[in-house]
Ligand binder design. Structure first.
Ligand SMILES: CC(C)(COP(=O)(O)OP(=O)(O)OC[C@H]1O[C@@H](n2cnc3c(N)ncnc32)[C@H](O)[C@@H]1OP(=O)(O)O)[C@@H](O)C(=O)NCCC(=O)NCCS
Length: 164
């Protein structure tokens, strides 16, 4: 599998509604399978009802969905995002693809200024990914999640650099 054969597609605001039902279902399934705090039906409906608040990034290989990420758009110009989730199919983990997704995003949106996120404090894999893509740790958010797990907040600024 060559990383450069994967393709990033970005849907911002109302473009999200142009997604075919089949693709939308694949995104929801991946979320359910892979995310500890996966979204319930209501959250997905809210995404479709108020798409102006979101940016969706899909990663495909030969038109098949292999990963996606979802952001809240905090500020439009310059673009400032809040990462809600980034997910890779299990078979596609550990190949540098999530990192490539961040690189594609930054290239596609040259006006992107910052990305804020919260991540479960025990998700060392995701934290490792964020650190090597230039995110900096901000603070520990005690009992942040519904099951009382702690979160870590992190911030990426355009001045931060990707490791070569
Ligand atoms: C977290 C996740 C998106 C990472 O995707 P991935 O494609 O495997 O990540 P990459 O291969 O691009 O790894 C990028 C960097 O992360 C770090 N990393 C990867 N696996 C790691 C691990 N097990 N421990 C620590 N750091 C790790 C490495 O620094 C790696 O950089 P390198 O390849 O230069 O060494 C993926 O594991 C996933 O979908 N997990 C389930 C959903 C989830 O937890 N999402 C995050 C919270 S929203």
């Amino acid at each position: 599998m060559k990383k450069n054969k994967t393709k990033s597609h970005f849907y911002i605001g109302k473009e999200i509604r142009s997604l075919r039902q089949e693709r939308f279902d694949a995104i929801k399934n991946l979320d359910k399978k892979r995310m500890k705090y996966s979204w319930k039906k209501g959250a997905w409906s809210e995404l479709l009802q108020c798409p102006d608040n979101y940016l969706l990034h899909e990663l495909t290989l030969d038109k098949e969905l292999i990963g996606f990420s979802l952001y809240l758009v905090e500020v439009k110009k310059p673009l400032s995002l809040h990462l809600l989730k980034v997910v890779l199919g299990e078979a596609w983990e550990g190949k540098g693809l999530a990192r490539k997704m961040f690189e594609d995003l930054v290239e596609f949106y040259p006006k992107l200024e910052q990305i804020y996120l919260e991540v479960e404090a025990e998700n060392t894999r995701a934290i490792g990914l964020y650190e090597t893509t230039g995110f900096e740790k901000l603070r520990l958010l005690k009992k942040y999640y519904s099951d009382q797990s702690d979160a870590l907040s992190m911030l990426w600024n355009r001045e931060s650099r990707f490791d070569a």
